[in-house]
Design a protein around this ligand. Structure first.
Ligand code: AMP
Ligand code: ZN
Length: 135
């Protein structure tokens, strides 16, 4: 993908603040971080989103995320940590190259990454379940 900025960053054509690299991934600091240490796991090959990612590579991404998250927790002494992965504009994805956000959390960091819960009825939940798994 010639026009993809994350392809260029992941493959070292554009400089980045790299905190981890192996043959399949580069992990960089987000340049508009939600919090101190906010990082992005980027596969070096272009896949637009979760649905395009090969399962094995996705499993590798989770392993890389755990390693880097552990390093961040140790070095930055965060109080918590969110893994976030957006798919599609509606879900907030702005760069159409798969990436996994690692967002360290600090008490009173002023961020609001969680959602507003809704209150479906028990029947509505069952209907959704049946729609997904087939009734
Ligand atoms: P998303 O909204 O899930 O697509 O996340 C895209 C993220 O990429 C945002 O948090 C941006 O701040 C970050 N970002 C965009 N361009 C760059 C860049 N050149 N270097 C580092 N982070 C970037
Ligand atoms: Zn790309």
């Amino acid at each position: 993908m010639d026009s993809c900025i994350f392809c260029k960053i992941a493959n070292g054509e554009i400089p980045s603040n790299t905190i981890y690299e192996d043959d399949k991934f580069r992990v960089i600091l987000d340049n508009g971080p939600a919090t101190k240490g906010h990082a992005l796991v980027l596969p070096k090959e272009h896949y637009a989103n979760l649905f395009e990612m090969p399962e094995e590579l996705l499993a590798d991404a989770a392993k890389v995320a755990k390693k880097v998250a552990s390093d961040i927790k140790d070095k930055l002494s965060c109080d918590g940590l969110n893994l976030v992965q957006n798919n599609g504009e509606t879900a907030g994805q702005t760069v159409m190259h798969f990436h996994l956000h690692i967002i360290p959390r600090y008490k009173n960091d002023g961020q609001h990454i969680l959602w507003n819960p809704t209150s479906p009825s028990a029947e509505e939940l069952v209907e959704v379940k049946n729609t997904i798994v087939g009734a």
